[in-house]
Write a protein that binds this ligand. Structure first.
Ligand SMILES: *[C@@H]1O[C@H](CO)[C@@H](O)[C@H](O)[C@H]1NC(C)=O
Ligand SMILES: *[C@@H]1O[C@H](CO)[C@@H](O)[C@H](O)[C@H]1NC(C)=O
Length: 488
């Protein structure tokens, strides 16, 4: 850090100090790739507002680069894998997902996904153990007295750290398979009659057959699919806390859930006070492009350009596929900027240029941009929606880009401000347990009021029983009396 930077930093801290202690200490439990890119936006804004942010970074971290960020503290813990090994693991899953997954049926698709998630679960668990079982590191974190932990819910550990350090917890989450965490740890009510399972092709208006299929998928995720090895995590958490607990129970203690979607992509469903929808928080107006890129974009004339990216994870598609893609791109009149890190395809035409990295947001906000070809990652989708650019090749939705863009912009508070507000809110109020619904204290039977329904049914049955008995008794009496009278 240069002297100038250091003094600016110090000044921010001082301003913060005099603003009645609204600045706090934030501990971040991140995950990799686009998830880190997204959470980094929040981290930067927190730093900008004078908070002190510490990011737990594994020694194998792929995208997190401590040497580049001087205003963020990094707590680097060593893990038994190398960066290359971790990267290879991710790449092999991605290669499998991009090349093989389209061929699979629903069940094969999700059982393969479960397998990959389970391998990922083992990796994250070993990372978490590297922190939690390291006494000196935990002591250091304890002494830092953090005001809040910001964790990506798609990599467990944040909730355990929050419990061990007795710190409030804010989650960032796009979605988890089948909305399992949202429903069972967050307590969100998602009726299968009008909330389609995430990634299904259904809308919120389902025919009878679609509702049957949706219900089957809900049951599959609720009772069969395991995003993480829950047994293993629950055992680990029980060991660490010295009392029996489960991963789901620990996750249920989160104060606030920041969900990275909004009502432009999400069908309306019931809400809870501790859920906030902050999709598109990373979007911002476009900045000018680098000179060389701007010249290429301008050379497209009236046809404009197409931006093509498969996201930060997909680096490598087979050369056969790359050739097919390249020859398809050769046939459109637009110029194409393709983010691709592999071998240059032989069929690459003069209208297409390959880039190892592109300023995606700035390109999507460029007036010459006509379309975006993407893999369907949320960050890219939101940037396209924000700038009103149609997206090609996404099965998720086919709606009008401008309409979605209007919905995204028409919000009382910008999503990033909303996300930061809630993190600061949790720091100011030392948690937000008053926003958490009491459903976490209920059993499954109580939550669905099955005990009450049972009791009321029993009451009705008892009354009916008594009335019938009485009637029978009276009837018998009158008939007996009738008989007696006849005899007389
Ligand atoms: C535990 O963490 C400290 C940093 O606080 C580090 O110096 C030490 O090497 C770690 N121990 C192990 C076994 O990883
Ligand atoms: C890239 O893809 C090819 C074929 O799809 C595969 O054999 C290779 O291992 C991949 N490379 C990496 C680094 O994932």
């Amino acid at each position: 850090m240069s002297v100038k930077q250091a003094s600016v930093f110090l000044l921010i801290q001082l301003i913060c100090y005099f603003r009645l202690g609204t600045c706090g200490k934030v501990l971040v439990w991140p995950t990799e790739y686009s998830h880190w890119i997204n959470i980094k936006i929040i981290v930067d804004e927190l730093v900008h507002r004078g908070h002190e942010v510490t990011v737990l970074t594994s020694s194998a971290s792929i995208l997190i680069n401590p040497s580049r960020e001087s205003s963020i503290n990094f707590e680097i813990y060593s893990v038994p894998v190398s960066k290359e090994e971790l990267q290879d693991d991710f790449q092999s899953w991605i290669t499998e997902w991009t090349n093989d997954f389209q061929k699979y049926s629903f069940w094969t698709y999700y059982s393969k996904m479960e397998e990959d998630f389970n391998k990922y679960s083992d990796v994250i668990e070993s990372f978490c153990k590297a922190i939690v079982w390291n006494k000196s590191l935990m002591k250091k974190l304890q002494e830092s007295k953090f005001d809040v932990i910001l964790a990506d819910a798609i990599g467990p550990c944040g909730e355990l750290l929050a419990e061990l350090l007795k710190t409030p917890l804010v989650y960032s989450l796009r979605f988890c398979p089948g909305y399992k965490f949202e429903k069972y740890s967050g307590g969100l009510t998602l009726p299968p009659s009008y909330v389609p399972v995430v990634l299904s092709e259904f809308s919120d208006h389902m025919t009878f057959v679609e509702r049957v299929k949706n219900m089957l998928q809900v049951l599959y995720f609720d009772f069969w699919f395991q995003t993480f090895k829950e047994k293993s995590w629950s055992q680990f958490y029980s060991d660490a806390l010295g009392r029996p607990t489960t991963l789901s129970e620990m996750m249920g203690k989160a104060d606030i859930w920041l969900i990275r979607t909004y009502w432009d992509l999400q069908f309306p469903h019931p809400l809870l006070p501790n859920f906030e929808f902050v999709g598109g928080l990373h979007c911002k107006p476009a900045k000018p492009l680098p000179k060389e890129m701007e010249d290429f974009v301008q050379s497209s004339g009236e046809h404009g350009i197409v931006v093509f990216s498969l996201g930060s994870m997909v680096k490598n598609i087979s050369s056969e596929k790359a050739n097919i893609v390249a020859s398809a791109l050769a046939q459109i009149p637009q110029k194409v900027l393709w983010r691709f890190d592999g071998k240059k395809p032989d069929t690459l035409a003069s209208n297409t240029r390959l880039y190892k990295w592109i300023p995606q947001n700035d390109l999507l906000g460029h007036p010459k941009t006509k379309a975006f070809i993407a893999h369907g990652g949320t960050n890219g989708i939101y940037e396209a929606i924000y700038h009103g650019i149609p997206i090609v090749g996404i099965p998720l939705y086919k709606e009008n880009a401008m309409r979605l863009s209007r919905i995204q912009h028409d919000q009382p508070i910008k999503p990033l401000d909303k996300a930061v507000f809630w993190i600061e809110y949790v720091m100011r109020n030392r948690g937000a347990k008053h926003l958490r619904p009491a459903l976490h204290d209920l059993t499954w039977v109580q939550y669905h009021s099955l005990d009450v329904i049972g009791f009321l049914l029993a009451c009705v049955a008892a009354v009916v029983f008594i009335i019938t008995k009485c009637c029978l008794f009276c009837c018998r009496k009158t008939t007996n009396m009738g008989k007696k009278k006849k005899k007389e």
